[in-house]
Every structure is written in C-alpha cells, then in structure tokens.
Write a protein that binds this ligand. Sequence first.
Ligand code: NAD
Length: 260
Amino acid sequence: MQLKGKVALITGAASGIGKRIAEVYAKEGAAVAIADLNLEGANATAKELVDAGGKAMGVKMDVTHEGEVDSGVADVVRKFGKVDILISNAGIQIVKPVQEFSLEEWKKMLAIHLDGAFLTTRACLKDMYSRNDGGAIIYMGSVHSHEASKLKAPYVTAKHGLLGLARVVAKEGGPKGIRANVICPGFVRTPLVEKQIPEQAKEFGISEEEVIKNIMLKETVDTEFTTVDDVANLALFLAAFETNALTGQSITVSHGWHMQ
Ligand code: NAD
C-alpha cells in the first residue's frame, strides 16, 4: 500500500482519467475525495470505492468557483483531517479555429484549466503548510503542454500555462517538502476525447477513422491510445515519490507522440 494514511483530493474524478486515479489511489490505501461539477457522478464513484473497501467521499466542486473550492477543501479536511495530495485534473475541450472562438468560450477554457488549478492549489497549500508535513500536487497537463494542434488554441494555451504554475509551486513549496509536477498524457479514450472525434472530423472534412489515424495517433510509435491505467500509474508514482528530488517536472505518457 503505497499511499496508506494519505488523503488525496482529485478534481474531475467522476469520469475518465480522474476516476481511474481515484480507484488506484484508494486501492493503495489513500482516502480519496472525488471533487466534481457532477455531484451525482462524484457520489457514485465514491460509493464504488467505499463498496470495494476503500475510503472515499464525493464533493460538489466547480473548480472555477472560489467559494465552492474553498468550502469543498474545508469539507475534505473536516472529514479526512487533511489533504496530502492534490490532483488538479478537471477539464473540458472545445475545438474550433481561433477566429471562431467567442471570448466567453476562451475565458471558460482558461477558467477551468488555469483558475481551477490555481484555486485548488491555493486551498490545499494552506492545509499543507499549516501541518508542515509535505505534500504532492499533480497537474493534469497534456502533450498539449508541449505541442500545439490546430483547433485547440485555449486548451494548448492553458496546458502550457500549467507548466509555469507547477514550477512556481515547486520552488515555493520545496522548502516545506511540497512537490509539484505535471502529467502530460497523449490521447486517452475518455468522454472528453470521444466527443471531439466527430467534431474534428466535421471541422477538417475527414472521417472519424482518419481523425484517429492521421491526427490523434499519427506521431505515436505504435498507433496506440494511452490508457487511463497508464496515466493513473504515473500519478501513483508521482504521489508516492519520497523526496523533493522529483519536483517541477512534466512527464509525458503518450506512446512516444511527444519526446522530451
Ligand atoms: P472526462 O470528460 O472523462 O472527465 C472530466 C471530468 O471533469 C468530468 O467528470 C467533468 O464533470 C469534470 N469537470 C468539468 N468541468 C469541471 C469543473 N468546472 N469543475 C469540476 N469538475 C469539472 O475527461 P478526461 O479525459 O478524463 O480529462 C481529465 C483531464 O485530463 C483534463 O484536464 C484533460 O484536459 C486531461 N487530458 C485528457 C486527455 C485525453 O486524451 N482524454 C489527454 C491529455 C490530458
């Protein structure tokens, strides 16, 4: 049990990558807070984990809402006593060319990916600093933290921005044993990706098979999708790492699509 006695708060954990991280963390002994816009989904995931013998709670949290983030983190501290690990993972995707984005869509994307990361980091850091017992903060970046793709201006901008936030948090938190890192997955077949396959096909005037083959998996070494397990295993490795030696980094898990 690599995370026995630890408390993890995972945003966007009602679905996809976040949900799988929650399952892996619970299995490794962590008490897990499933924070999501979708409370029903968060509670359902928490129930699955508790039924399987783990410790979990659902938390209603819109990561762009300052009050909801602060009160959600306070609820977790009240119930589980602390937060040792934050996974800032909640995210959405909107695909269209730059000139077709409304300002509202642009702001929504930056709010979920960047304001959400900032607000959850701030709330969890306060608890971590108050206990002086270290901590791990993991941001869900993307290969798009390093590479650009057409139709994804705000997503690519926000995912690049997370690298900067992680590096500052690593520097400020380092003296207190708080590490900050970014996971950068390639395409994983979650609802976020399933939705954009037909959307990209429409924008580019190509088939869905061509989107998968010629866009999503084109640069991989083996034309394979990354899986939720691949990402969750890396999230476990980063959370369980014992010293400050591994901090301020981004690690890519993408079947070689992006090589650093
Ligand atoms: P998903 O759609 O399966 O899950 C996203 C979750 O975030 C959902 O449960 C949703 O309710 C929640 N959410 C959305 N807006 C929210 C908000 N404002 N506050 C709280 N929760 C909110 O998507 P996923 O693929 O698991 O994505 C998770 C993260 O992984 C995202 O940050 C995404 O950018 C990143 N990512 C995904 C891929 C991929 O290929 N799927 C690749 C790289 C990075």
